[in-house]
Design a binder for this molecule. Structure first.
Ligand code: WT7
Length: 632
């Protein structure tokens, strides 16, 4: 990558520069890191507060930082209520298209009515401020309504991605001890109905804390409803309690807004906790600046609301900024590989934000599919989830963006709440680099001792400061939060460890390489080796298992597993198929291993930890590295 660097720079056009919300990066960046609190207070001032904060940043209990403490706000007040007071009232908030071609549109006014009704339904089921409501839904407008309805009344949502399955859902319900579950009968994918309610039923059996299940009717599946526990949303909405007026609860800036579970190094997924105040400020500022949001923009973040990308950049950031958001439920290549390009043309989408894996997937069908469509409405393109390979970057830039749309490659995490490294539209781009830190953030690459490494050398990516969008803790486990993410340098300054390795080049551009821990990014989805292994071991014939990620052309990484069978069980092709399906059933299709290999032993350290890097090196025919800790 280093040889051809100069030739590899893409400069923004005059047109891009002339219309940029933030015309220049360096000076504002300097200002923002030297006057961090002032910078963030200015951004916070653009939002509506019931009561302004007492302090911008409270560092007294670091690394448990507080932002805008003493302030009163509700994210829904900013995402909906404020828009009802002006011309945005009748502006389109959500355009939704289903796989079968149905279209549903909601103005901000219409969105408010839906959210108020849903909020009243939740209240009638006894949901109160601070309660955790689990949401397990396909990508339909009701998923967005449900999230906003929780936030509106001060309840905390815990969304579980609709592609996850029984065990993943059950363990998240259990950790949150949710009393209420919101789900749907099913979703659509490639013309088939995906049966969500029966997965939810199984999960409720495993996690008995659920007392009320609200079910949205989205297709024609005949589902099992348990009387006194399960209710159809449309029945509840018809009751007098479900009026379309509901006051927005005033919450403290630091009150939790949601929990989102994400995979980590060991054990069960961690519930990352985000708040009303700082998260509102961070998502809206990053979205407005990095994607140059204009009042008339039609914004399409083609992720699922069930992941952090969807929380921050389908729902909250864009709605606070008053954008029109596109939602599509279905496969990108159904019924043909031009589905997305058709959507862009039909609705005049101005900004598309998606993942390298989706780009590679569509690229393989060739240029003629996008070339059938008028994509001239596009102004900016975005990428997220994993490093984008230069080949996919160039295709995206040339064929989709017609050489005129800057590519906003955004590096961030569930934990960070919003973009941490990303260009502005005016930033010169180098394909494969997410460029430079977002305002207020100082990011360095360090060695194992915490010392900054020279330019172009690989090291650990760290953030040297707090930022408003940061997760505040791991739900119920503050110690784990502190231990996993934070450490102090020699001067006692706290720094955040991202878990990624990266390089910084001589121009200060950051090149993220990938995870350093037991986290796999498969098609941009974040999965833990521990969860995949525990799904395998839950099969009656498996004794031990190990999972690693190996490079894959489309998915970035694919899951390869090694299994030791119980005594007396013979390996077979059928069993290997069965185990792959078993992981899919427990965790969700996205976690289905590419391969299951039967082995007699696994490489372990003397303390019994599986040495996954050895398995990986062997599979790739590479040097196995330092084996001194390997048990004989
Ligand atoms: C991990 C976090 C979906 C929102 C972000 C994903 C990887 C994310 C990039 C990027 C290189 C990236 C990192 C990070 N990652 N964006 N632009 N370039 N790597 O959130 O599921 O919490 O995953 O995704 O490895 O640590 P997440």
């Amino acid at each position: 990558m280093t040889e051809s660097k100069q030739a590899d720079i893409f400069y923004p056009s005059e047109e891009v520069i002339n219309q940029a919300n933030v015309p220049e990066y360096e000076a504002l960046y300097q200002h923002s890191v030297e006057n961090r609190e002032e910078f963030w207070a200015e951004q916070a001032d653009t939002l509506g507060w019931y009561k302004k904060w007492d302090s911008v940043l409270d560092e007294s209990n670091a690394p448990f930082y507080k932002w805008f403490d003493g302030g009163e706000i509700n994210i829904v007040h900013n995402a909906i209520d404020r828009h009802l007071e002006n011309a945005n009232r009748n502006k389109m908030a959500i355009i939704w298209e289903g796989e079968n071609g149905q279209v549903r549109n909601f103005s901000y006014n219409g969105l408010n009515r839906e959210v108020c009704q849903f909020a009243n339904v939740l209240k009638s089921m006894g949901v109160e401020k601070g309660d955790i409501v689990t949401i397990y839904m396909p990508q339909i407008p009701e998923l967005v309504f449900a999230m906003l309805a929780c936030a509106k009344i001060g309840a905390i949502h815990s969304v579980v991605y609709g592609g996850f399955s029984t065990e993943a859902l059950a363990s998240r319900i259990d950790d949150a001890q949710s009393r209420v579950l919101i789900t749907a009968d099913g979703g659509w994918r490639r013309g088939k109905q995906i049966d969500l309610k029966s997965i939810a039923n199984d999960a409720m059996m495993r996690s008995p804390s659920i007392e009320v299940c609200i079910c949205v009717k989205n297709n024609e599946l005949d589902v099992e409803m348990e009387p006194a526990r399960d209710f159809w949303l449309h029945d509840l909405k018809a009751l007098p309690i479900a009026s379309s007026k509901c006051d927005t609860e005033q919450t403290d800036a630091e009150d939790p807004l949601f929990i989102l579970y994400t995979s980590g190094t060991t054990g069960k997924p961690k519930g990352m906790v985000h708040t009303h105040g700082g998260y509102s400020v961070y998502t809206s500022t990053t979205h407005r600046m990095a994607f140059d949001i204009k009042p008339q923009d039609r914004w399409w973040c083609a992720a699922d609301p069930g992941w952090i990308t969807g929380h921050s950049y389908i729902v909250y950031g864009p709605l606070i900024n008053g954008a029109t958001i596109m939602l599509y439920e279905g496969a990108p290549n159904y019924p043909y590989p031009n589905r997305w390009w058709q959507i862009i043309e039909n609705y005049g989408i101005n900004i598309l934000y998606t993942s390298p894996t989706a780009i590679r997937g569509l690229m393989r069908f060739g240029d003629r599919w996008p070339q059938k469509h008028d994509l001239s409405s596009l102004r900016l393109l975005g990428s997220v989830g994993e490093p984008i390979n230069p080949e996919a970057w160039r295709w995206y830039h040339h064929v989709i963006g017609q050489d005129k749309c800057p590519i906003i490659d955004t590096w961030w995490q569930t934990e960070t709440g919003g973009f941490m490294i990303c260009p502005l539209p005016v930033t010169p781009l180098k394909p494969g680099s997410a460029t430079k830190p977002f305002f207020g953030n100082v990011m360095t690459i360090v060695d194992d001792d915490g010392n900054e490494v020279p330019a172009n050398e690989e090291g650990k990516l760290i953030v040297n400061n707090p930022w408003p969008g940061m997760a505040r803790t791991v739900f119920k486990d503050p110690e784990r939060y502190k231990e996993l993410y934070w450490s102090q340098d020699d001067n006692g300054n706290w720094r955040y460890l991202a878990g990624d390795s990266a390089k910084k080049d001589e121009d200060g551009y950051i090149w993220v390489i990938g995870r350093m821990d037991e986290v796999l990014k498969v098609s941009g989805y974040r999965l833990g080796t521990a969860e995949i292994e525990s799904a395998l071991v839950s099969h009656p014939q498996v004794s031990e298992a190990a999972a690693v990620g190996l490079p894959h052309e489309l998915k970035g990484n694919a899951i390869h597993t090694y299994v030791i069978l119980k005594q007396g069980v013979a390996p077979s092709k059928e069993l290997s198929m069965e185990l792959r399906a078993h992981v899919g059933n427990e965790m969700g299709k996205i976690a289905t291993p590419e391969a299951v290999e039967f082995v007699d032993a696994l490489p372990k350290t003397r303390s019994g930890k599986i040495m996954r890097r050895v398995l990986k090196a062997r599979a790739l025919g590479q040097d196995e590295g330092d084996l001194s800790t390997l048990e004989e």
